[in-house]
Design a protein around this ligand. Sequence first.
Ligand SMILES: [Zn+2]
Length: 424
Amino acid sequence: MRAWTATALPALPGAGTVPRIHDQATDTLQPAATGDTARLYVCGITPHGHTHIGNTATFLAYDLLVRALHDAGVTVTFAQNVTDVDDRVLAVADAAGADWEDLAAEQTREHLTDMAWLGVQPPDRLVTVTEAIDQIGQSVLALIERGHAYRVDSPDGAEEDIYFDVSAADSALACWTLGEESHCTRDQMLRLFAENGGDPKRRGKRDRLDPLLWRAARQGEPAWQVIGLPEGRPGWHIECAVISEALLGADFDVLGGGRDLVFPHHELAAGEATALNELPMARVYSHTGMVSYRGRRMSRTAGDQVPLARLRDAGVDPDALRVAILAHHYRSDWEWQDEELARAQERLAGWRAAHRAGLAGGDHAETADNPVLASLREALARDLDAPRALRVLDAWADSPETPELVARAARALLGIDLTKEPQP
Ligand SMILES: [Zn+2]
């Protein structure tokens, strides 16, 4: 599927440093690239509801990463999936009496519009699950052949479902161990597995944590034919194991997503990917914090959330939304307050006024060691510290020298346009 169109990044003098970002598996900061290329995969949307501030905070974090890597002279290949067929998509469509394909297509379209509006750097490759069914099916067959997957009788008369054998993978694979990425105890895993689409109580499974790889067709559910498998559809984790490998190869640099993906999604996708390739899925497992609203974590299906489309329709300045979100470090958990947008708009207006005042002031010599540019680069290089980068702009606005360079740096590194004129 085609992603949205990229906005051009202005050129800056010199080069930034490759950011070091937090790795869940080692609990250390690791370089996001180890050479002049980086391969990044960020788990994409499940299009069963609006994209909200919580999702957006995640996508903005990796937008900063892409920008910082680009500034460091690294060529980034960025890939993403869209989980367009999934239990949640089917359930929401069913409840609304809508066609699941229409729901997924409509919510995906809205998401692409949201991301373009916000100026997020698009993935180079965006692949939906329904586009990758055959590849996923072939991988499920390969896992069965290698003894990493098995068939389980369906209680409701459907054909057999296929499950990934976590214990077999754990003992057979040199570079994957259950718990190595998430550091969860077995009890925590069982709880998270049950809360996130897993079926620990399914009879016939070898281990309660074994995830579904392929679900045989049920009455009224969409299904695809892959020779060698019952007519059916993929489970959740296998899609990212297969799509990421197809687009980036194994052992890519950064696997990213919200912290709710640490377990089961990223840990089990990594197990499945390793069982397929005998290589680690990724070098760095990166996660963003959770955003709540009115005391509850934002989710696509919760009533209490802030859809981006609503802000877009209300004529909100997308840069103000960026400032509001980037004021929180990407790894922190935080609560969205409606007043934040007005505060961010005011902060942004201050920087824009400083930019105009600076332009009127004269001397605009530009050098790579410009202290504001250096400080912005330094802030992003240390685990994408956007709040610190915004404070650098606050300090600059008190004495706005080199306004043209600072405006270009704000646009290239933070996606914030300081040159916009105030609204009449
Ligand atoms: Zn994923």
